[in-house]
Design a protein around this ligand. Structure first.
Ligand code: PRE
Length: 443
């Protein structure tokens, strides 16, 4: 297949690439979509075959980024490309409101205005192939999966569990992970959403709303923390422990029980903390990270299994540009986000739509409604200032099930904004808290 044959009509290539590595060509995105005349973001493999063709309707929500130069498959190259991405992060102002509340009872399903015939029945009369659930990357090589952190981070392990044999792509910020997929630098993203001890990773809930990726799966990763230091360093020499804030909170009591008189400082990710200790030859600082990070950065394990609970687990979501087709032949979960003009007052009614249909909720999270954080109510007594929220709910049903579709139709009646973030297979891998990784069906 020639390069030209896979470029959608209307796109022009500015660069022909002879490099032995994938290259991101100059490109720009404006007004929330690829410009069909001047957009030229594509990756090209060694043999000139495409790494990924940009979609004409890619919705990057008003980002205006340009990329220059080569992006290779080794870590340094990816890091520098992600650094470029990071330095150009433009927070999308287009918040939920633009699609949600402006027009009253508009339902937004996976980023598109839609009615609640979420899953046209016709779709299910067609037989599904494995390709429906795990489309092969167009570039014909390994699936590229973006994660936040550096090699040795738990997110990298989660990417490997979600997509065995993938090429894991390190990114320095959560937002960059979203952008890597939106801009076709990566095929999928794997991001943490909650930990059994530390709770929700709120940033990723907020980013889910601001971006247009779809949840296509979940993985639960047992997280086994180690206290790492340079070889020869003893615990009594330590004055500081550094790690990701989640990791510090997951080990809080154990660190105290160990009697370490140390300052606790946060770092971007656990493995990055380990790398920092090694790179700066810090003999008074330990990092909380994985055993793999110790191996990668030449550190010793001073203490193994320092998480406060041996069954410490982090749940990660798998994201893609396209949703998967929901099915009923295995357990599915569906994630939604909604808001109501009258805040929490209707929450019970909304949730009863699930209770009446025997649909279990597995998670509920509220976040500030950033474009309308306060609702002011004046009455005879005075002025009440109510906080407004976006509610994120995960429930145990597939969107292919009529009861789930009916529940959402009812939820829509009570809400001013509703978006389905994804309907995806539940992680059903056997429980093994000690940290063995098993493969999960990729989506
Ligand atoms: O720092 C890492 O290693 C990560 O992958 C991030 C992260 C998180 O954000 O929660 C992931 C899993 C663990 O819970 C600790 C940290």
């Amino acid at each position: 297949m020639t390069l030209k044959s896979i470029i959608p009509p209307g796109l022009t290539l500015t660069h022909r690439v002879n490099s032995t590595r994938p290259v991101i060509c100059t490109g720009s995105i404006s007004a929330g979509r690829f410009d069909s005349v001047s957009t030229n973001i594509t990756s090209v493999n060694t043999n000139g075959s495409p790494a990924a063709a940009p979609p004409l309707n890619a919705n990057s929500g008003g980002l205006n980024l340009n990329f220059y130069g080569h992006v290779g498959s080794n870590r340094a190259d990816w890091q520098s490309s992600c650094a470029i991405l990071a330095s150009k992060v433009v927070s999308q102002q287009q918040d939920t409101e633009t699609s949600g509340s402006a027009g009253g009872n508009i339902t937004v399903v996976n980023g598109h205005k839609a009615n609640l015939d979420l899953v046209p029945i016709d779709n299910f009369s067609q037989s599904l192939t494995i390709a429906d659930l795990s489309p092969a990357p167009m570039h014909g090589s390994k699936l590229r999966v973006a994660y936040q952190g550096v090699p040795g981070a738990y997110s990298e392990a989660a990417a490997g569990k979600a997509y065995p044999n993938c090429e894991a792509i390190p990114c320095d910020q959560f937002e960059v992970v979203f952008q890597a997929v939106e801009l076709w630098i990566a095929d999928r993203a794997v991001l943490p959403v909650e930990n059994s001890l530390g709770g929700s990773i709120h940033r990723n809930y907020d980013l889910l709303l601001r971006h247009r990726l779809h949840i296509v799966g979940e993985v639960q990763l047992p997280v086994h923390h180690c206290l790492l230091a340079l070889p020869g360093v003893r615990k009594k020499f330590l004055s500081r422990v550094i790690s990701h804030p989640q990791a510090l909170s997951q080990c809080e009591h154990t660190l105290t029980k160990m009697g370490l008189n140390v300052a606790r400082e946060s770092f971007d990710d656990t493995a990055g903390a380990a790398e920092f200790v090694a790179a700066n030859n810090l003999r008074d600082t330990a990092a909380i990270a994985s055993a793999r990070a110790a191996e990668l950065y030449g550190l010793s394990v001073l203490e193994d299994g320092i998480q406060d609970d041996s069954s410490n687990v982090t749940r990660f979501m798998m994201l893609a540009r396209e949703p998967i087709i929901p099915r009923t032949d295995r357990p599915f979960k569906t994630s939604i986000v909604f808001a109501h003009d009258k805040g929490t007052s209707v929450l019970f009614k909304v949730l009863s739509a699930f209770a009446f249909r025997n649909i279990s909720l597995t998670k509920i999270e509220s976040r500030p409604h950033r474009s309308r954080p306060i609702r002011v109510v004046d009455d005879d007594v005075g002025t009440a200032k109510h906080f407004e929220y976006m509610f994120y709910v995960d429930f145990e049903a597939s969107l292919a099930e009529v009861r789930a579709q009916n529940a959402l139709a009812e939820v829509q009646e009570f809400t001013s904004f509703l978006r389905v973030l994804g309907s995806y297979p539940m992680d059903m891998t056997p429980w093994c808290p000690s940290g063995g990784h098993q493969s999960n069906s990729p989506s």
